[in-house]
Design a protein around this ligand. Sequence first.
Ligand code: SAM
Length: 286
Amino acid sequence: MALWFSETASPGHRLDWKVKRMLFSGQSELQTVEVLDTEQFGPSLVLDGIMQTTTGDEYIYHEMMAWVPLNAHPRPEQVLIIGGGDGGLAREVLQSPKVKEVTLVEIDPLVIEVSRKFLPTHGAAFDDPRFKLVIGDGLAYLAKPDHHYDLILVDSTDPEGTGPGSVLYTEEFHQRVRSALTDQGLYVQQSGTPTYNPEVLRDASHSVSRVFPICRVYWCVVPTYPGGLFTFTSGSMKYDLMQFQATHVNHARWYTAAIHRASFALPPIVARLVPNEVSQAQSRAE
Ligand code: SAM
């Protein structure tokens, strides 16, 4: 009898993955942590029953979350990642020779432990000499950050209920991010799937555009996220994320200069969720 993992995307829609083997299942102080070896996408991380990242398609999300800001900032030397305990985003950021240090603040040490063991392609960054791990809450870390950062990237779980990710979507958090950035700093956070959770993109983009001089929203397609369409919301002190300093990345499987540009063209069903000044600025640039 085949084993299947089901994620409930909404009361009316479920996503199923055929599972070859359960590689890990455990409970940390914060969440249920599972690693499934899936037929279609290989070893995959699930937290509290929500698919987080799969070996088969993680490169799309991590290339887009890393290379859009990396190519929009001339000197992305100090990078802070909040969340991202699977290691995939850190691995991608550390591909840039301009990056001098990545500090990753992950609230759950069990995620680091299982990612090291069962998601080897994600965790390649953990042994990079430029990589620094802090176990803790991203909101608390920003109260006393070790540096001012050129990039702050928030690769957290969704702001579901009482989950640990909820504090990373508040205006208080966005204010702390702004104070932890340099005066030319850039911020990007994952803002979810607008077809299932439009309120995440709506609330994040309105809060970020209140706190930062420039707010931009871009998107990509992640097959294993509900509906595929996935968004990122960015705040910037100086640089416009749509412009970029470099036009190539020589190892990407999804990201190109053309994809960078195209990802800011918002379909009307997405544009209507973000502040008018953001959607108008992005449609003028098309
Ligand atoms: N790419 C995935 C997505 O978009 O849903 C996220 C993957 S990553 C595994 C999410 C990580 O954020 C988890 O390991 C979780 O423990 C961490 N996290 C959630 N809330 C956090 C917080 N307040 N501070 C630091 N890490 C947090």
